[in-house]
Design a protein around this ligand. Sequence first.
Ligand code: 5GP
Ligand code: ZN
Length: 115
Amino acid sequence: MTTRCIFCEIASGRQPARVVHQDDLVTAFWDIHPQARVHILVIPNQHVTSLREAEEVDAALLGRCLQVAARVAREAGIAESGYRVLTNVGPDAGQSVYHLHFHVLGGNRLRLALG
Ligand code: 5GP
Ligand code: ZN
């Protein structure tokens, strides 16, 4: 049995999203419930559950996610004012979608929420 993964569906175009970047490895799209003026998610196109699996995936894929995070931040106009990139891993961090994603947040002063 395969469970439905909403981010796999967005990466493959089966589920609509406000996509701002897509290449052979990575997709970036607006979060459906933005927590800041700019809130974009960057995901690997292939299914990776979370950063917990980082050692099992190609390091280039993880690097590409961060490069695309920087690029979409620049294109959204928040590179100079500043932004935050974060990923939640597992229940204590509040991960709600179990497909690795990096949040790119900015466009306003961000609250510090380090736990
Ligand atoms: P997490 O809590 O796992 O770190 O973040 C999951 C994020 O995915 C949340 O910010 C949530 O708003 C976003 N999200 C959940 N479902 C969808 C969806 O179907 N489309 C989009 N664009 N974002 C989603
Ligand atoms: Zn997935």
